[in-house]
Design a protein around this ligand. Structure first.
Ligand code: SF4
Length: 418
């Protein structure tokens, strides 16, 4: 297929595909799907080999959020019966993080529900980061606390944070449909603040909220413009008790096409299969490892993932290897640019015109990203989701049996899944 040959060549050169090429990936047929995965796999292997980076979520504060992100089980008015608790103490968070690190996680993602942190919250998270780093040498810490005010990104950086997550979630044009309490521009501002402070920017999307192919391409191009080092791709978990509970729009094939499109547009960034991996990719998860180079180990913020050991077995069975703590995740050109930005005065290099971001940063909102689980405005689609493609919707059924509310780990007396 000429399209795929072109996309591979561009991906190996870190060249931006045209919008038409990105849209064409989403429009490929099931007969072409393995060719699409193989082509994206060539780009993945060029920049990340056969390594899989494991990330571990610690939900520092769960539920009771005043924001209204439609996809989120922690939103204002959510009827989802999730765990609700206020800030974990630094030693509690550190204990949860240690379980993930022992399971092979290289990065710990500290997430808190809410519009954004107070200065006192930032101080509290700073102590938590210190505790985690003391206990787990070499671990990376990403904070995901929502919209940042001036100076907070710098304080998190000083406290030892390596990265900051704030997802754009969906296109600018549809953002107002999923969230009314903050804007797409708010989200972009926070990603830019993180970047300017020398933090590695992590920003992604949520698919399956009723968006069009054009919306998906728009948000991925926006992420590239923001120069995110990592792009979590969430697949909406339609939680009962949220406005998007009936949005079962995804098939495993659709998820693979979306991941491939992200890989072609952002060839040299950490593409992470995030929330909804088990629910929507199901038995196709190992195939997706040929495209993405990163996953979350174990559970999500408010829902349970497959057993951590099943994640590790899947990686080994598919012929991949867990990335070790001594390995640099990003390709040298991106790692060098990040080091220059974080070591300097926070000027943030634009990564040599390649990767997921040769242009100015501009990113998005809320806190986090882990579809359906919420934390910061991750993505979602409000009360009026667009129609899903008929063929896709018809071939998929609601798999509510695969959605399990988290009842273990952080905020409970039970051991975490890692
Ligand atoms: S995504 Fe974040 S900001 Fe939005 S409702 Fe959920 S916890 Fe609140």
């Amino acid at each position: 297929m000429d399209l795929l040959n072109t996309l591979v060549e561009k991906g190996l050169r870190r060249e931006l595909p045209t919008r038409e090429e990105a849209l064409a990936v989403l429009a490929t047929s099931d007969d072409e799907l393995l060719d699409v995965v193989a082509a994206a796999g060539k780009v993945r292997r060029q920049w990340f080999g056969r390594r899989v980076k494991l990330n571990y979520l610690v939900n520092l504060k769960s539920g009771l959020c005043p924001e209204d992100c439609s996809y989120c089980s922690q939103r204002l008015g959510s009827k989802a019966e999730i765990l609700k608790y206020t800030w974990l103490k630094p030693d509690e968070a550190s204990q949860a993080a240690a379980a993930g690190v022992a399971g092979g996680a290289k990065r710990v993602c500290l997430v808190a529900s809410g519009r954004g942190p107070t200065d006192r919250d930032v101080e509290r998270v700073g102590k938590t980061i210190e505790a985690i780093k003391e206990q787990n040498e070499g671990v990376e810490v990403c904070a995901c606390l929502g919209l940042l005010s001036d100076g907070q990104a710098e304080r998190l950086r000083e406290a030892g944070a390596d990265a900051y997550n704030h997802n754009l979630n969906t296109s600018e044009a549809t953002y107002g449909d999923i969230t009314k309490t903050h804007t797409y521009a708010d989200r972009v501002d926070t990603v830019q603040k993180a970047h300017a402070a020398g933090l590695s920017a992590c920003s992604g999307l949520i698919a399956g909220m009723g968006e069009s192919d054009e919306d998906l391409v728009d948000v991925v191009y926006a992420l590239r413009d923001l120069d995110s080092d990592s792009v979590p791709v969430n697949f909406l978990i339609p939680f009962e008790g949220t406005p998007l509970a009936k949005e079962w729009n995804l098939t495993p094939q659709r998820c693979l096409r979306i991941l491939a499109m992200v890989r072609f547009v952002c060839p040299d960034v950490e593409v992470r299969i995030a929330g909804g991996r088990e629910v929507h990719l199901r038995s196709m998860q190992p195939l997706a490892l040929n495209i993405a180079n990163s996953i979350f180990l174990g559970d999500y913020l408010t829902s349970e993932g497959q057993a951590g050991q099943a994640d590790l077995d899947m990686i080994a069975d598919a012929g991949f290897e867990v990335e070790g703590a001594g390995t640099t995740t990003l390709p040298a050109h991106r790692a060098d640019a990040l080091a220059a930005a974080s070591g300097g005065c926070g000027s943030h290099a634009a990564a040599e015109g390649s990767g997921c971001g040769s242009q100015a940063p501009a990113e998005g909102a809320g806190c986090g990203s882990h579809a359906g689980g919420g934390c910061g405005p991750c993505g979602g689609h409000a009360e009026a989701p667009a129609e899903a493609p008929a063929a896709e919707a018809a071939s998929n059924t609601a798999r509510t049996d695969l959605v399990a509310v988290r009842r273990r780990g952080a905020g409970t007396d039970l051991a975490p899944n890692a």
